[in-house]
Design a protein around this ligand. Structure first.
Ligand SMILES: Nc1ncnc2c1ncn2[C@@H]1O[C@H](COP(=O)(O)OP(=O)(O)O)[C@@H](O)[C@H]1O
Ligand SMILES: [Mg+2]
Length: 233
């Protein structure tokens, strides 16, 4: 399939998913209200309290999925803005650092970088996902380290988020970007697949390498000239 056609088809699928997510949200809200009512009224009754808790926590989980999808699909049209990557990342780190198990250190391989054209909201989602995964992975480590390395080649901004956490087994590395793949009890398994879609929407790429037991690195490459048209508001 030609690239343009592939992009159009992906956009259509994403719009359908967004519409579906909206449709699911309303009945889910009613179900949540109803089960909350039953829970408050009958939680003293053995079994009923237990089952209504299960229903409510599962509804919350579905809601988290929907919110992720809706945030993602809202951005089908990129709102590209000239961005100074360093101050942009500093702003994200300021928010994420609370409760993070280590300092998040930004390391520059060059003194300055050209501005990049990105949808800042969408890329915030990418970095928040990567930092949240690093936070989980760093639970395995006594001396946690997390770094963001900024570099560039002639055409691309190169961004690497590294941690020295639990790492990813070699046989699993090719699955982590697959939707719904998760190794966590409460994981949704969509952070990396959404992050990859966002990078691709920007004409970029995201890949991972890992040494099990020693850590992981997620590499984003973003062209300075995306060729992606500014879609406006
Ligand atoms: N920094 C990391 N270190 C180790 N494993 C990771 C890291 N980032 C992602 N993974 C693996 O990839 C899986 C998918 O990640 P993600 O799509 O963000 O979903 P979730 O975090 O909800 O599980 C995780 O469950 C984990 O197994
Ligand atoms: Mg995640």
């Amino acid at each position: 399939m030609k690239k343009k056609k592939r992009v159009e088809q992906a956009d259509r699928t994403e719009r359908m998913v967004a519409a579906l997510a909206h449709e699911i949200r309303n009945p889910l809200n009613s179900m949540k209200g109803a089960s909350q009512y039953l829970h408050d009224k009958y939680s003293g009754t053995p079994e009923i309290g237990e089952f209504t808790s299960i229903i409510i926590s599962e509804i919350n989980r579905l809601e988290s999925y929907l919110n992720e999808f809706l945030n993602f699909s809202r951005g089908i049209k990129l709102k590209l803005r000239q961005t100074d990557i360093e101050s942009y990342l500093n702003g994200i780190v300021m928010i994420v650092k609370h409760g993070f198990p280590s300092e998040i250190k930004i390391i520059k391989k060059k003194t300055s970088f050209p501005k990049i054209m990105i949808d800042q909201e969408q890329f915030r989602q990418v970095f928040v996902n990567l930092f949240s995964n690093a936070r989980d992975a760093l639970k395995c480590t006594l001396d946690p380290v997390c770094q963001v390395i900024l570099d560039s080649d002639k055409k691309n901004m190169l961004l690497t988020v590294r941690d020295n956490g639990c790492g990813i087994p070699a046989g699993k590395l090719n699955q982590i970007f697959t939707p719904f793949y998760t190794t966590k009890d409460n994981g949704l398994g969509i952070g990396l697949s959404i992050s990859r879609s966002i990078a691709v929407r920007h004409g970029g790429k995201i890949s991972a390498k890992s040494a099990p037991g020693r850590g992981s690195a997620f590499m984003i490459s973003l062209p300075f000239h995306t060729g992606v048209k500014h879609a406006g508001k």
